[in-house]
Design a protein around this ligand. Sequence first.
Ligand code: NDP
Length: 239
Amino acid sequence: MSRSVLVTGGNRGIGLAIARAFADAGDKVAVTYRSGKPPVDLIDLGVLAVRCDITDPEQVEQAYKEVEAAHGNVEVLIANAGITKDQLLMRMTEEDFTSVLDTNLTGTFRVVKRANRGMLRARKGRVVLISSVVGLTGQAGQANYAASKAGLVGFARSLARELGSRNITFNVVAPGFVDTDMTRSLSDEQQAGIVAQVPLGRYAQVEEIAAVVRFLASDDASYITGAVIPVDGGLGMGH
Ligand code: NDP
């Protein structure tokens, strides 16, 4: 059955692959973008693109209105939008910290809260949050980012308890290093250092993250909630 799926930050990177995976499976997909529009072939697949900065509650509300008008209530929400502002603690500014928290954690709160309205009414829903392996292991230079991604775990697990009786599941996907703009901005030396620590010896491709997200939103995952699923080539084993 075709469901109404919303992917935040679906114009590029992991979010784009997730949007494609749902659209290819026949779902009604909407993506939010902040600066750059999604590629034309995604729009050709029938995907609705809505401008939305998730740090702005009014834009979140407006985006939901547009999506609901086109596709009905959101039944599957993938909270994927996120940023990094890496810096050692000594040099990390207040703005470096709060802007990353405001996007990755509070922004996710905003979109999840708004989706929940329709899910409660429908007495069903699937929410998948995109965290990161570093939210579990920590990472030098990423205290802000790791804190935001760890926060998503407590957030999802609290909601899994709060809303399980309403047949709404909340799960977290924790990717390792994925081949996207976010990781391409690292130096060659940093990238080689990361790959050396990954048991599978390579970055993930975006499709490998999308496949797990789609599974968590499928009927096959109907009894999974509050889970943190690593998709990290073994990098975070034991955490
Ligand atoms: P990209 O940098 O390629 O894309 C980030 C996406 O988030 C873009 O669509 C961007 O929109 C959107 N976004 C950022 N800030 C906002 C905002 N304030 N409001 C709305 N949208 C926003 O990242 P990835 O695809 O690599 O990452 C996607 C998610 O996966 C992130 O949450 C990231 O933390 C996580 N992740 C990534 C890993 C990796 O190795 N790449 C590893 C582990 C987790 P725009 O294009 O308009 O800027």
